[in-house]
Design a protein around this ligand. Structure first.
Ligand SMILES: [Ca+2]
Length: 489
């Protein structure tokens, strides 16, 4: 552990118990027991549009629709780098992919990074992680030892396994591979509910993260009764899905929605368990996802993300904390980006935010209902390794109204999402929008400057982090020695 990291973690225990709260240590110990619990539920590849409350004409999400009415609904929540590992690393660290080197899948999260689990644990929380991890990079089926769990103590997790009917996990200090019983999201939810019951009346507050695999493909393994709710002939497709994509989309969509509705049931059960345990008011409950799915929009085939269109970058984001904002919810258009999540949760939990965090604390919007304000959320693709004919390196900003995307060869996309929600009218280069384009480009440059990113070709970042690209185009993982050399030195 490097010195700055150790010093911060030592300080945080003291900060939460005395200085930060302005109370004596004895008073503060009593306060610790009243700090909020945090239950963070997130899906994989669940795009923002695919809920009832967001207006999807097909999907059934009754539990989420109810939760949305009681929550702060961040309508413009985006994924900083719409891919599994980069999102997870940014969520855990509150830092950007170009800062941590976590800009592609299957690279190891460096031990020196201060992570969510460590920060909450040091502040006196019990910590728990259930489900998909995907920031270890010693192989997708390998055992993840306690020292690579970034501060999470209760542990039932796997690096990456989307075989939902029989997915694996490890627990405790045992390298014995175990399997969830039946559809993994149901079994993980059962485990999460038991964890909540067991810790509801404990002396310490808890942070529980549940990282679900669905609705990420494969879609055909959604529970049958849920998939059967979506006969393809009844599904309505968005106007930006062209005729040539129709067949491929209708093949995937019943299972995709089936997974969504199965997860909706899981989330409803967690909500009910918090109520039954008597801790719903003093628990910060979040529902979100790591990124979306293009699902045929703009002629990008289903299962692909990484692009800067809303289908890929926008995610659901509900935050409910009744003790602070009351029983009713509200809608917020101010963008929230992945690195903003950790500082916001830390602030809501009265934990000091380390200076290394790059995201912004948006807790004031939740605590005081402080008015809407516009922000530019920075989104990036550092190393395109799928669909490389169309997908190039890009940097993008998403404001509450506009999307602007810059590639190395110049401006690529500009949308007014208010009048063009399906992003079918690219305004780049149009004389009447030249001033808007110029302003958005300045805002993008200003966001890049904040994190010290000069937007260079992917080769620069691959070399900087010492990643070796295999002949098939992936970065090699699973070789412990190589992984250690790359990121754990
Ligand atoms: Ca993912």
């Amino acid at each position: 552990m490097d010195i700055s990291r150790r010093t911060f973690l030592q300080g945080i225990g003291g900060a939460i118990l005395s200085g930060y709260t302005g109370k004596s240590r004895a008073e503060s110990r009593a306060l610790v027991s009243r700090l909020p619990n945090v239950v963070f539920l997130f899906a994989d590849q669940w795009r923002a549009s695919a809920t009832g409350y967001a207006g999807d004409p097909n999907v059934k999400t009754p539990n989420l629709d109810r939760l949305a009415k009681e929550s702060i609904d961040f309508e413009t929540a985006v994924s900083v780098c719409p891919l599994c590992t980069p999102y997870r690393a940014a969520l855990l660290t509150g830092r950007y992919p170009t800062t941590t080197g976590m800009f592609t899948n299957d690279v190891p999260l460096p031990d020196k990074e201060l992570c969510m689990g460590e920060l909450f644990k040091t502040a006196g929380y019990e910590t728990a992680y259930i489900g998909k991890w995907h920031v270890n990079a010693y192989g997708r089926f390998s055992y993840i030892p306690p020292e690579r769990r970034q501060g999470f103590d209760y542990w039932k997790a796997a690096e990456c396994d989307h075989n939902y009917p029989k997915s694996h996990y490890y627990t405790g200090n045992s390298p014995e591979k175990k399997f969830w019983e039946g559809y993994d999201a149901f079994a993980q939810t059962k485990d999460a509910r038991q964890y909540i019951r067991d810790h509801a009346k404990g002396a310490k507050p808890f942070l529980l993260v549940v990282s679900y695999g669905p609705p990420h493909f494969p879609h055909e393994t959604a529970p049958k009764e849920y998939m059967d709710m979506y006969p393809p002939e009844k599904l309505k497709l968005a106007p930006n899905v062209s005729e040539k994509m129709r067949k491929a989309v209708l093949k995937e969509l019943p299972g995709y929605y089936g997974h969504c509705t199965a997860l909706d049931k899981c989330i409803g059960e967690v909500v009910r368990t918090l109520q039954e345990a008597g801790i719903a008011d003093n628990t910060i409950l979040v529902f979100t996802s790591d990124h979306g799915d293009m699902m045929g929009a703009h002629d990008v085939r289903p299962c692909i993300k990484q692009y800067p269109w809303d289908e890929s970058i926008r995610v659901p984001f509900l935050l409910r904390y009744p003790a602070v904002h009351g029983k009713s919810g509200t809608n917020v258009k101010t963008p929230i980006n992945t690195p903003d999540i950790l500082p916001t949760l830390l602030a809501l939990s009265q934990i000091e935010i380390p200076g290394t965090i790059e995201g912004e604390d948006l807790s004031a919007m939740i605590k005081t209902g402080a008015g809407e304000r516009d922000r530019a959320a920075l989104i990036m693709n550092v190393w395109p390794n799928v669909d490389t004919k169309l997908l190039k390196e890009y940097r993008c900003i998403r404001t509450s109204r506009h999307t602007y995307v810059l590639r190395l060869d110049g401006p690529w996309l500009l949308f007014d999402n208010q009048i063009d929600p399906y992003q079918m009218n690219n305004l780049v280069g149009k004389p009447e929008d030249a001033e808007l384009q110029k302003q958005l480009n300045e805002r993008l440059q200003s966001e890049l400057k904040k994190i010290g990113d000069e937007f260079r070709p992917s080769r620069y970042y691959l070399d900087k982090w010492g990643y070796k690209v295999k002949e098939d185009g992936d970065i090699s993982y699973g070789n412990k020695t190589e992984a250690q050399e790359r990121g754990l030195r």
